[in-house]
Design a binder for this molecule. Structure first.
Ligand SMILES: NC(=O)c1ccc[n+]([C@@H]2O[C@H](COP(=O)([O-])OP(=O)(O)OC[C@H]3O[C@@H](n4cnc5c(N)ncnc54)[C@H](OP(=O)(O)O)[C@@H]3O)[C@@H](O)[C@H]2O)c1
Length: 350
């Protein structure tokens, strides 16, 4: 297959760098353009970027000149790692100009006709794309990835929803500092500390799972009927969002039954066709002190959900801990998987 030319918007940031690294050797996509703010436009990517992840800017992309974020890029597909406000203004301009916009930003996640997508959970939600294009007169479209903390909790919720029915969840997150981008939280605020506030995050955790776990009816999403209560916390961990979740089920289940359904869960068949799909998207750890950010965030190249400590909850029904890597599964790798899904579904072409 001829590679599809793609661009990365906001390529110099924490998530943009992950995109650049992941896409450098991708079998289906070829990075031909990168954009940045006024600070970096006109400079070679490798010189303008403040590279904060292991390794170096990939050769080939390092030599690209950073461009302004305008819809004159020579690629039909753009991966967006733009800050929220820029994404709110610019992503619709790109979609209107015919680009497929695969975004990590929060700006359009909860818009009715924008798919909020995780291939393992709701690949059928791409049915919204034709409605989005018709309603807005766009030849392009926007598809969004969920918030990185939403991602960490939602796969076990999906498994429980499908098996036992899910009625409510109480969520407490312990989120890594890379979730705030670079330079992010000042070191004097986060070292030796926990900050019990991340702007807008509680609301995202309470809204986005209802869309992800919702049903498509006549090209619209019927939100899942779920009651959710969330408290997000920033902790002094570099990468990996850990979450503690208690769930109320429709049908009672023992912890043993819950562990069994988690361990035997299979992703939708279409995931096997995506080149970045992990072998084991859901890993259950039986040790009493797992999952942990440092030990579990990189499993399956940062694409796995690691779940553990499923136990009876004395107030609701069951409780568990789950973790995903926030800039990989929760951001860039999740969006790359979304783009691969769109290719397989025939919605993305070169
Ligand atoms: N970090 C995470 O774990 C995570 C997870 C999920 C989603 N997200 C979302 O992903 C997006 C990026 O987050 P981040 O963590 O990468 O933030 P970040 O490290 O602050 O990076 C944002 C980058 O955007 C660039 N930029 C600013 N205005 C721009 C414009 N008009 N055009 C092009 N580039 C522009 C800046 O580039 P210069 O270097 O050129 O000045 C900056 O490097 C945000 O919407 C965030 O909410 C982040």
């Amino acid at each position: 297959m001829k590679k599809i030319p793609v661009a990365v918007l906001g390529a110099t940031g924490a998530v943009g760098q992950r995109f650049v690294q992941l896409l450098a050797d991708h079998p289906w996509f070829d990075v031909v353009a990168v954009t940045g703010s006024e600070r970096t436009v006109g400079r070679a990517y490798g010189e303008g970027v403040n590279w904060v992840i292991p390794g170096d800017p990939p050769p080939g992309i390092a030599e690209l000149t950073v461009q302004a974020t305008e819809p004159n890029l020579d690629a039909p597909v753009v991966f967006s790692a733009l800050p929220t406000q820029d994404a709110r203004e610019l992503e619709p301009v790109f979609a209107g100009a015919g680009y497929a916009v695969i975004t990590n930003a929060s700006a359009h996640r909860m818009v009715d006709d924008v798919p909020l997508l995780i291939p393992e959970i709701n690949p059928d939600h791409t049915a919204l794309i034709c409605r989005q294009q018709e309603a807005r007169g766009w030849s392009g479209f926007i598809v969004a990835s969920p918030n990185c903390s939403t991602t960490s909790i939602v796969l076990p919720m999906k498994v429980f929803q499908d098996t036992f029915g899910l009625h409510a969840a109480v969520i407490t997150t312990m989120q890594a500092i890379s979730g705030a981008g670079y330079p992010g939280v000042p070191s004097m605020a986060i070292l030796d500390n926990v900050i019990p506030h991340i702007g807008g995050e509680d609301e995202k955790l309470e809204n986005e799972p209802r869309k992800l776990l919702g049903r498509v009816v006549d090209h619209e999403i019927v939100l899942a009927d779920l009651q959710l209560s969330a408290q997000a916390n920033r902790v002094p961990v570099m990468d990996g969002h850990l979450a503690s979740v208690s769930v109320k089920l429709d049908d009672p289940a023992t912890p043993q039954q819950a562990v069994e359904v988690l361990e035997t869960w299979e992703p939708p068949a279409i995931c096997a066709e995506l080149p970045s799909s992990p072998q084991r998207p859901l890993i259950y750890r039986h040790e009493e002190d797992r999952p942990q950010p440092r030990l579990d965030r990189d499993s399956e190249a940062g694409l796995a959900w690691t779940v553990g400590k499923v136990r009876r909850c004395n107030v609701l029904d069951l409780r568990y801990l789950a973790i995903t890597h926030n800039t990989l599964r929760g951001a860039a790798s999740g969006s790359v998987l979304n783009a691969e899904l769109l290719v397989v579904q025939g919605l993305l072409k070169g």
